[in-house]
Structure formats: C-alpha cells, structure tokens
Design a protein around this ligand. Structure first.
Ligand code: UGA
Length: 443
C-alpha cells in the first residue's frame, strides 16, 4: 500500500448503502471517492443531492463535498489510481426468475475493478451476499488482478436501517469483519478506530461466518415480526388483543419489545429478499430443511396484506367495485421514501385492481409510488387523500398520521371507517370521535 494512499478509500456503488457509507467515512476524516456506473446518480450526489430520502444524510454529504474530502466518479481508472482500499457496496436484489440473489452487480464490479489493481490492495465487501460468495470473489481477484494475491479480501456486512443510516454507520452496534488476512484486519481496525474507541464491539471471523451474520440477523428480525403477526392471527380468532400481548411479552428481556410490532408486516429492499435468498442458498448447500421455517415467516407476512384488505372489505360491507378508498402511506416504513416491496402499496394496488378508486398520500414517497403504480390516484396532503373516502387505511406509520386529529379527518370523509394497519393510532380516541376503528390482531 502506498503511504499517501492510507487515508484514502473508494466506495463502489452509491445506493442507500454506498452513498451513506461514503459520506460517513468522509465525515470520519477519510478521503473518499465514490463510484457508480449510473451517471445520473453521480451527478446528483456531486451536486449535493441524495437521490433518496434519508434524514441527516444530505447535511453530511454537503459538508464533506465542501471540505473536499468527498468526491464521486464513474471512472474505475480514477478509483484505482486514488485508493488502495476499496469498499464494495453494490446492490444484490432478488432475481426476477427465482428467490436467489442477483449477483450481477457484484460480478460487474469485480470484473471492472480487478484488472485495474496493479498495486497491493484491500477490498472489503459490504453488500449482502449468499454465503460462499466472498471466497469466490477472493479467488477472482487473485486470478484477474495484475497484483494477484497481493489483493486481499474481507467481508464486513452492514447493518444500517434506512431512516437511521447516518447514525447506524457512525455508531453501529457491532463491526464484523470476515477475513483470513492480517492486513485486511489491520486496515479495518484503522478505519474503525473512532468506533472501537467508543467501545463498539469489533469481531473478526472467517469470510463465511461474516456473510452468515448478516443474513441470519435479517432472518431473525423477519421471524420476530412474523411471530408477533402469527400471534395477531390467533388473537383475532380468540378475541384477544395482540398489542397487550406484545407488551406483556416485552417485559421478559429474553424476548424484548423491539421488532415485536404487530401489523401489516415487513417489506423493503432487505428483509423479504434476504430471507428468500437465504432459503435458496440453504437449498444449494443441501440444508434446505434448516430454513424451511422461513417459508412460513414469508407466508405469515404475506397473509397480513390479505387480512388488511379483508378488514377494509368488511367495513364497507361488500365488494370494492366503484368504492372510494384512501390509503395513508406508500413507503415500506416511515422516514423513508423506499417503496421496494412496500406492504402499503401492495394493499393499495390490490384494492384498486378490485375496482375501487384508491387515493394514496405519503409525505415522502409519492413520486416513486406514482412511477411504480400509475393505476393509483395520488393526493398531496392527508386531508385531500381522505376526501369522500368510505374507508381510510393507515398503512405506514408516519408521525403525521399518528398525530392526525380524528375530528379534522372526519369532516372530509364519506364514512368514518378506519383500518389501522400498523397499530399506531389511539383506538379509544378515534372511536370517541365516532369512527369505526379496526386493527390487525385486536378486537
Ligand atoms: C433492515 C434491518 O433492520 C437492518 O439491520 C439491515 O441492515 C437492513 O435491513 C439491510 O439488510 O440493509 P430496513 O430494511 O431499513 O433494515 O428496515 P427495518 O427497520 O428492519 O424494517 C423492515 C420492515 O419491518 C418495515 O416494513 C417495517 O415496517 C417492518 N416492521 C418492523 C414491522 O412490521 N414490525 C416491527 O416491529 C418492526
């Protein structure tokens, strides 16, 4: 590694993960060059604009563009000239034809980077990949890079949550680095100095274990959500209240209350595709039964969407054809404009396909929703969306909806019917204002 290059890192792929990582690494004092093959993304980031909604990130980006520590490019030659430490942050979405992960962006990044590595280098993967990928990628670098085995690989999974990306990157709850190279471990320790000094656990594992930590963490979180949603199904059948149940469970600190929120279930670009890719990989490894429970986790999650629609149908007393429905929320969760596998939009578009006029409002995700679902109507405020609605479905728990005044909303709707898809509203208060309030898993 060239001495002057020590403080320099490159970040390849500038989506949610890469853009956040690049900006935060610059904020920690590193000189960072971010690369993406998408010129529009690079233009936007270079101009200080984040092409998605992530609270706090634009300030970090702006600050580090201004102080000169952060730049962006589409040119791989520039990247390999600039740095000897490279982070791979490209996306690994679900394949269109199966449950498995689509590794084409990882392959493309390796194929572009490797032939240009003429000096010793450290490459650290952060993308979520099926276990076994990192070892294969290491072999590819050794075979293709002119520097050969002097290109050393580590895998350091990223655990950031959208909406908390900056905080989770600067202060993660743990740092995991999978590698069998001492140099990679040393470089990763240097890069993580600020976090290690804060007492954040730093774990060194082999490549496979690091890859598995990531997918098993997401599988556990998905399982926890589906567990409480399964309890919601039972609660409804038995006349119990899943919110009281969840609260009572949460006091047992072996169980804990986080990710025990019953409702419409999980969506987004991570949990759904990660559990599916994990099952596909287990199948390849010959241990398919070990993860067959994740099929149930997925199925419970999908049933929440169907159940939400059934509740709305029952409230209007019949079919959806010709009815006027309002949907509050389009993002897969609040504080995000991400609509990938959004439960809210899935419900909205199913109801529209059954003949209803569905009007959607979301504080941040309208533009993306409109592009993906032109069949839906969109409003630019909550009150505009609910006008003349026979049922209002609250499907993403933005603060604006949690804080909505039931009396104000009542003034513009046709009927006071509300489905609280996230168990986020005060049922007593809404009922006190004459609303028929229904939620998943509660009487
Ligand atoms: C998730 C993980 O939480 C991160 O640790 C991980 O790094 C990330 O995936 C990733 O793999 O990149 P994220 O997709 O941003 O993060 O979203 P979460 O906050 O995990 O929420 C996922 C979904 O679960 C949302 O649709 C949310 O509404 C739902 N959820 C969450 C519930 O239905 N109930 C809960 O109690 C909690």
């Amino acid at each position: 590694m060239v001495e002057g290059q020590r403080n320099r890192i490159s970040v390849i792929g500038t989506g949610y993960l890469g853009a956040t990582h690049a900006a935060c690494m610059a904020d920690l004092g590193f000189e960072v060059l971010g690369l993406d093959v998408d010129q529009t993304k690079i233009d936007s980031l270079s101009a200080g604009r984040i092409p998605f909604y992530e609270p706090g990130l634009e300030e970090v980006l702006g600050r580090n563009l201004a102080n000169g520590r952060l730049r962006f490019t589409t040119d791989y030659d520039e990247v390999t000239e600039f740095a000897d430490t490279h982070f791979l942050c490209v996306g690994t979405p679900q394949r269109a034809d199966s449950n498995a992960a689509d590794l084409s962006y990882v392959e493309a990044a390796v194929e572009s980077l490797a032939p240009r590595l003429t000096r010793p280098a450290v490459v650290i993967g952060k993308s979520t990949v099926p276990v076994g990928t990192a070892a294969r990628v290491a072999a590819q670098f050794h075979a293709i890079a002119p520097a050969g085995e002097a290109v050393e690989l580590g895998w350091s999974p990223e655990f950031l949550r959208e909406g908390f990306g900056v905080e989770d990157t600067l202060r993660p709850n743990r740092i995991v680095i999978g590698t069998d190279s001492e140099r990679v471990e040393t470089v990763m320790r240097e890069i993580s100095t600020a976090q290690i000094e804060q007492g954040i656990p730093f774990l060194v594992t082999d490549l496979q274990t690091a890859e598995l930590v990531k997918v098993s963490a997401n599988a556990f979180l998905a399982t926890k959500i589906s567990f409480i949603n399964a309890m919601a199904e039972v609660s409804e059948a038995a006349g119990a209240d899943v919110m009281q149940l969840a609260k009572a469970l949460s006091y047992d600190d072996r169980i804990g209350g986080k990710f025990l929120g019953p409702g419409l279930g999980f969506g987004g670009g991570c949990l759904p595709k990660d559990i599916r890719a994990f099952m596909a990989r287990a199948d390849e490894l010959g241990v398919e039964p070990a993860l067959s429970f994740l099929r149930e986790v997925d199925a419970i999650n999908q049933r929440r969407r169907a159940r939400t629609i059934d509740i709305a149908r029952a409230l209007i007393g019949g079919g959806f054809a010709g009815r006027t429905i309002a949907v509050l929320g389009a993002a897969f969760k609040p504080n995000s404009d991400d609509i990938r596998d959004s439960p809210a939009l899935d419900v909205a578009s199913t109801i529209a396909s059954l003949g209803a006029t569905v009007t959607v409002y979301d504080p941040e995700a309208l533009e993306k929703a409109q592009q993906a679902h032109p069949e839906l109507n969109y409003a630019h405020s909550m009150l505009e969306a609910v006008r003349d609605a026979e049922v209002v479905l609250m499907l993403t728990e933005w603060t604006e909806f949690r804080d909505a005044d039931p009396e104000e909303v009542a003034k513009v709707v046709a009927k006071r019917n509300i489905v609280d898809g996230r168990n986020a509203l005060d049922a007593t208060e809404w009922r006190a204002h004459g609303w028929t309030y229904r939620a998943l898993g509660r009487p």
